[in-house]
Write a protein that binds this ligand. Structure first.
Ligand SMILES: O=C(O)[C@H](O)COP(=O)(O)O
Length: 346
């Protein structure tokens, strides 16, 4: 399927009013589209691997490329939570990128991982770099990751590909000394940095007594249905672990308290986290029901773009490779940002 056919397909669906309830999905160099409405799933084109399945969205588009503000006392600390209070200013728009970490050593071994802190495999490293290429033209002012190394590796590896070449700097706010000792004393340097905030609240759901067990062996022992219920249901926890609902209580609360105000203030944010912490956040963003979230699956290392505008989250699918011009994921403002990068780098 060519990019032109892909765009024609989208236009046709838009003219039939489907895009407000669709999922658009692209693979690098191999474009496919999935439209999933309640109960109906339509796939157009083909991709080599079944990478990513997701659900509905609504609304329209646009994003800005504002850079993050610094504060005097802790310059590359998190910008204040204030939203745009000047009524003469246009409402802020922002880009939100969600990315599940690349393949970990326990993904590879098919072991339940949860909060065990396992690093990426070589393939996971490559997935993170590839993801970075796909978002290399999208403005990023702040990065949030879980406290687990696989999410942090993913964020950092992805940022090695970003064309703006700002330096992601991990914030150390654990105590006053850590804060003081990690200060930067050059305004110029600060402008070229992106704060990276690590938060345990974005960690993978705690898998309880399943952590370290083989997924297939567990299904053989307890039955496929039981294991599917533990892995995908909303409110049934695995033995002594967290259900998705429990995971959402911390992950979505963190998103609302810490990340949402940044987006509302026009900051472009990337979140590198986990299958289930991101499922719970997507459930919130896409207003999925506890039934709908059962079929939401996230693949490793695939970035997903949302545009945040007027308090709405508008899913724009997974950005394609930067070499593909005119990609649907670029809004007017994102296109402008990309153009600025082109000018800056030539
Ligand atoms: O914690 C794990 O094992 C995985 O990262 C997510 O597992 P799941 O697909 O079984 O929820």
């Amino acid at each position: 399927m060519t990019a032109t056919t892909f765009h024609q397909a989208i236009s046709t669906l838009q003219s039939h009013g489907y895009v407000s309830n669709s999922v658009l999905h692209q693979e690098c160099g191999n474009i496919s589209m999935k439209l999933i409405t309640r109960g109906v799933r339509l796939e157009i084109g083909s991709s080599q691997r079944e990478r990513h399945c997701s659900r509905k969205t609504s609304g329209s588009i646009q994003a800005s490329s504002s850079s993050y503000q610094t504060s005097e006392s802790n310059p590359i600390s998190i910008p204040s939570n204030g939203t745009n209070k000047d009524p003469s200013k246009k409402p802020s728009e922002a880009a939100l990128i969600l990315i599940r970490h690349g393949e970990s050593l326990w993904n590879e071994k098919n072991l339940f991982t949860g909060c065990v802190d396992v690093p990426l495999t070589k393939k996971g490293v490559e997935e993170a770099v590839e993801a970075g290429k796909r978002i290399s033209n999208i403005p990023i002012d702040m990065i949030y990751t879980s406290s687990l190394i696989r999410a942090q590796m993913t964020a950092m590896l992805a940022m090695t590909q970003h064309r703006r070449k700002k330096v992601p700097i991990v914030m150390h706010d654990e105590n006053e000394q850590a804060k003081a000792w990690s200060q930067i004393f050059s305004e110029e340097t600060k402008k070229q940095c992106i704060p990276v905030v690590t938060a345990w609240q974005l960690n993978e759901r705690m898998y309880g007594e399943l952590q370290g067990l083989n997924k297939q062996e567990t299904a053989d022992k307890y039955g496929k249905e039981q294991v599917h219920e533990w892995r995908r249901s909303y409110d049934i926890p695995p033995p002594n672990g967290e259900s998705l609902e429990m995971c959402a209580e911390r992950a979505v609360a963190y998103f609302k308290e810490q990340i949402e105000p940044q987006l509302q203030a026009g900051k472009n944010v990337m979140i590198a986290a986990h299958g289930n912490s991101l499922r719970s956040i997507i459930m919130y963003l896409d207003k999925l029901t506890s039934q709908e979230v059962i079929s939401l699956e996230l693949s490793t290392g695939i970035p997903m773009l949302y545009i945040v505008k007027e308090g709405k989250y508008i899913r724009r699918g997974s950005p394609a490779a930067p070499t593909e011009a005119g990609v649907y994921a670029y809004t007017k403002n994102l296109a402008k940002y990309r153009q600025k990068l082109d000018e800056m780098l030539h």
